[in-house]
Write a protein that binds this ligand. Structure first.
Ligand code: SAH
Length: 222
């Protein structure tokens, strides 16, 4: 997949209007209240992160295929995960599962730096190109196995895992700062979206909602 050529369709559709409608109907009408998240999602051009053939459904209330058996998450799930992670202006964030690059773009508007790891090299490359083309320059993408995290830049204020591991990887909990937040769809078939927080006393866990994500693949399974 390469960055959709939105300019071609720009004349026929008012994407800014579709985005505004998405924010109002899919996010605000549910439980998304974080002003920064609503603002970021009303700005990031989601239609440029989906394959050309799905451009007309880019702002619909569901996930979309991005090739390699992977998907770009439903807008509401992107918003919910971002809101739960609560990134702040000076935060450094790690994302596991770059996919299309859309979630990374949303995060990048709310924090200082996003590091994102993608196991499928072709997706890592196309997401990096797309992010460059759309002007998000505080994101670094690499091909790698998210199970081991990104030690070089750890610890992180927030970690978002956007593929489902059977159990939250210990290496990622270890790479979370004291005071940090980690959001993960945890489980093998049915998953629960969970928020882990770390303080001086240890790790705390909170269940958010049941979800269905693509599984997080181990490096050796590739
Ligand atoms: N955040 C993405 C959606 C991700 S879908 C977006 O905004 O579009 C989940 C992604 O996780 C897929 O692209 C998949 O290839 C990737 N993935 C699966 N296992 C992984 C692993 N172990 N390490 C890094 N990425 C992984």
């Amino acid at each position: 997949m390469s960055c959709a050529n939105g300019e071609k369709s720009e004349g026929k559709r008012d994407f800014a209007l579709e985005r505004e409608k998405m924010v109002r109907e899919q996010l605000m009408r549910r439980d998304i209240t974080h002003p920064g998240v609503l603002e970021a999602m009303s700005q990031v051009p989601r239609h440029l992160f989906v394959p050309e053939k799905y451009i007309s459904s880019a702002y619909s209330d569901h996930p979309l295929p991005i090739g390699y058996d992977q998907t770009i998450s439903q807008p509401y799930i992107v918003a919910l995960m971002t809101q739960a992670a609560a990134p702040e202006k000076e935060d450094v964030v790690l994302e596991i599962g770059t996919g299309s690059g859309y979630q990374a773009a949303v995060l990048s508007m709310l924090c200082r730096k996003v590091y994102s790891i993608e196991i499928v090299p072709e997706l890592a490359q196309s997401a990096a190109e797309c992010l460059k083309k759309t002007g998000y320059d505080n994101i670094e993408v690499k091909t790698g196995d998210g199970y081991i995290g990104w030690e070089e830049y750890a610890p992180f204020d927030c970690i978002l895992i956007t593929a489902a591991p059977p159990k939250v990887p210990q290496a990622l909990l270890d790479q979370l700062k004291i005071g940090g937040r980690l959001v993960v769809p945890e489980g093998s078939y049915f998953q629960e979206l969970r928020l882990y927080t770390k303080d001086e006393e240890g790790i705390k866990r909170k269940d958010l909602i049941p979800v269905r994500f693509v599984p997080m693949i181990h490096g050796e399974e590739k």
